[in-house]
Each structure stands twice: as C-alpha cells, then as structure tokens.
Design a protein around this ligand. Structure first.
Ligand code: G3P
Length: 214
C-alpha cells in the first residue's frame, strides 16, 4: 500500500520523506493557502523533494479552463498529477488529458457512482473523501469498499486514493480493503506511531539496562 502525504508543508514533506514513508503528495487549494510563497514555488519545491506523484488542483470550473491549468501545471515538473473536481466540466476534461499523457486525480468524490464515472472517463486516480462523509453521518469507508471492488472487477486503469483521512483506523481499513493509496495528514501519520505499551516497554528496558554491567 502506498502512503501519500496530504499537505503542502515542505518541512513535513521533507521529514516524512527522509523516513522513507512518502510515496507521493496531495495538495488542495485550502492546504496551499496555509503556506507562504507563490502557488508555483510551493509546488515546485514539493516536487523537488518528492519522487512520486504530486497532486495539484485546478480551480477553474469550465472544461477549457481546467485543460489550460492542467497543461500549465504539467510544465512545472514531471511528477505533477492534476486534481480535477468531480463536476461535468471536469469529467469532460479527463479524456483529453489522458490523450495528452497528463495524469489526473479526480477529487471531491463522495459516492461510488461518481467514482465509476471518473474511472470510465479515464482518470488515473480517484479520491473518495472518507472523513467528510463520516462528518455528516455517512460511512466513508463503505464507499471506498465499493469503489475498490468496482475498480478491480472491471480492471480500470486507475488507483484509489483514500482522502480526507481523520485517524489511523481509516488507514488500517483502507489497507484491509485493498485501496491502493491512503493520503495521510502529517498529524495522523504521527498518531500511527503511538502506543502506550511501546512507551512503557521502552522505559522499562532502559531502566533495567542501567543495572547491567557494561
Ligand atoms: O486533499 C483532499 C482531502 O484529503 C481533504 O481532507 O481533511 O479537508 O476533509 P479534509
């Protein structure tokens, strides 16, 4: 299973990349807005430290605008993936971008039918938002399970990115379902390290070690 980092913060990306845990990065306009600098510089800096795909979101809401943004982003680095919003105008852009070898990640997916359409239209990645579904009383992971089943059953040339992850259990459930990728906020990745028995066990080992003659 691949781990992407869901952030535009370069310090976090460097930290987790150095640990060998980052297979790619996803950003969105809200994450970019939290950082200093120009949009292009932020993305180019991220691309310079990440070997894998870096998702960058188009903010146009018409097909021509999305295509123009995608073509521009694709010149910034070889590993750019263009995030396309799941609207009809965005879906219309997908086959064009596929033909031009510009990779796409269809975002703001909240249902299995939406994902099916995006995959049929030729998206490279599909991003269901599990946390935001859970927030309104739906079960985000059930939607992921359906999408993974559809993708594998029909052999779509697409990968499922579980997005809007809120806690480590979302990552574990994603792995259990066979999702290709979890895009994880740095804070959740941090929590995946935590277990009180690890802390307690290490403290006991270090204490006992003090009585050992070296
Ligand atoms: O990048 C898309 C997605 O991961 C956003 O997550 O936490 O804003 O729902 P969140």
């Amino acid at each position: 299973m691949k781990f992407f980092l869901d952030t535009a913060r370069l310090s976090d990306i460097k930290y987790w990349t150095d640990m060998g845990l980052v297979d790619g990065v996803t950003t969105n306009p809200s994450l970019i807005a939290k950082e200093e600098g120009t949009f292009k510089d932020i993305i180019r800096d991220i691309c310079s430290v990440v070997d894998g795909p870096v998702s960058v979101e188009a903010t146009s809401t018409d097909t021509d605008g999305i295509l123009a943004e995608a073509r521009e982003f694709a010149t910034w680095s070889d590993n750019i993936v263009v995030k396309v919003p799941f609207i009809k105008e965005g879906v219309r852009a997908l086959p064009f971008l596929r033909d031009e070898d510009i990779a796409t990640n269809t975002t703001l997916i909240f249902s299995a039918p939406q994902a099916l359409i995006a995959m049929k239209a030729g998206t490279n990645y599909v991003s269901p938002f599990v946390g935001r579904l859970d927030d309104i009383g739906h079960n985000g992971m059930e939607v992921v399970a359906d999408i993974v089943t559809m993708c594998t059953t029909y052999g779509f040339d697409a990968e499922v990115i579980v997005a809007s992850i809120r806690h480590p259990l979302h990552v574990v459930e994603s792995a259990r379902m066979g999702a290709d990728i979890a895009t994880i906020p740095a804070g959740v990745l941090d929590k995946m390290f935590m277990h009180p028995l690890t802390d307690k066990g290490l403290a006991a080992f270090l204490k006992d070690w003090q009585s050992v003659t070296q």
